[in-house]
Ligand binder design. Structure first.
Ligand code: ZN
Length: 343
């Protein structure tokens, strides 16, 4: 029996073919129709449907670059299954260089969305019904918030077995098993039985080669694990990722200039000096020490911080429970993120 075409809106994509489909979202005041762009690669043979999305937060452009490179690489004639790529979900925010939608809503807090809801709610609804619910598995690409950098990392729900397995295939520097945010895409996908990986890498509004390369190669390795493509043996090799379930934010002990000795990617020992915060006017500075041993998975890229601002994000690698200061123990959170460092 021959394979059926993949139909999205009124476009039928034949097996072995690809199409760029634009789903209308809303008309702006200037009269332009804003679209949700979807690339469909419909493989020659039957297989899983994988959805890749980027820029749900409009200023997180690192995933847009990963998606762009992926689109150029995939050949539907050599593909098993179907690949859906949405290079920019929040086109409104992307154009404005903003994380949010024009109504200041966060798209990643707007799921499951409603057809007749606010702009954010309607966009969430379109993305969910036209893309996510058509997929068997999904990878959503993000970056740190503005003025922060994230070491390339995969965040996955510990109970999502297939996702944990595919996180290892992706093989980022670290896999973080983290709780779900209410109304996030990941929470929705989980509730609907669609497992997904969340890739966090780099800094909002910037591109860096490591984030792009690790993200693109990770997606290709996941596709190979799902038997959608085959890869050259050298592309399959990656060091075994670290794994963590708990992390802690180290905060600036005072206002001042940031001088870090250690940044994302460095392993630090508990009580090790990781940098200092220096007074910009007087010759005074305060040391910053690592409260736990672990891997630095995020750091501030703003050169001046106020007291209490997030400076470093350390993922705990070992199990130091029991001999930690109760205050540090309490700050080691299973929910990995504070309000400004949002998935
Ligand atoms: Zn994000």
């Amino acid at each position: 029996m021959s394979r059926s075409p993949f139909t999205l809106l009124d476009t039928a994509v034949a097996p072995g073919k690809q199409a760029h489909i634009e789903i209308p979202v809303a008309r702006s005041v200037s009269g332009q129709m804003q679209m949700l762009p979807v690339h469909v690669f419909h493989g020659k043979t039957d297989g899983p449907v994988l959805a890749i999305s980027a820029a749900i937060h409009g200023d997180e452009i690192s995933g847009v670059e990963i998606a762009r490179r992926l689109i150029r690489k995939i050949k539907p004639a050599k593909l098993r299954g179907t690949l859906l790529v949405v290079p920019i979900v929040n086109l409104f925010g992307f154009v404005a260089g903003s994380r949010y939608l024009p109504d200041r809503r966060d798209l990643n807090r707007s799921f499951p969305g409603r057809e007749s809801g606010s702009l954010a709610s309607r966009l969430a609804w379109i993305f969910r019904t036209e893309v996510l619910e058509r997929a068997d598995f999904a990878i959503d690409l993000h970056s740190a918030a503005i003025h922060r950098y994230n070491l390339p990392q995969i965040r996955v729900s510990p109970s999502a077995k297939r996702a944990v397995e595919l996180a290892h295939a992706f093989s980022p520097p670290i896999i973080i098993k983290s709780a779900l945010r209410e109304n996030s895409l990941r929470a929705l996908a989980m509730a609907e039985g669609i497992e997904m990986l969340l890739y966090e890498a780099g800094e909002a509004l910037r591109l860096d080669r490591a984030s792009t390369r690790i993200g693109l190669n990770g997606i290709l390795r996941v596709m190979e694990k799902m038997e959608m493509i085959s890869l050259a043996p050298e592309k399959r090799q990656r060091p075994v990722p670290f794994e963590a379930t708990r992390s802690i934010w180290v905060r600036a002990p005072r206002a001042g200039m940031v001088n870090l000795r250690k940044a994302s990617g460095a392993i630090v020992e508990r009580d090790q000096v990781v940098g200092h915060i220096a007074d910009p006017i007087k010759p005074e500075q305060e040391e910053v020490r690592a409260p736990v041993s672990g891997l630095i998975i995020g750091d501030a890229r703003h050169g001046f911080l106020n007291r209490g601002d997030a400076l470093l994000h350390i993922a705990q690698l070992g199990d130091e429970e029991g001999d930690l200061d109760p205050d540090i123990e309490a700050r080691l959170s299973h929910v990995m993120l504070d309000e400004h460092e949002i998935v």
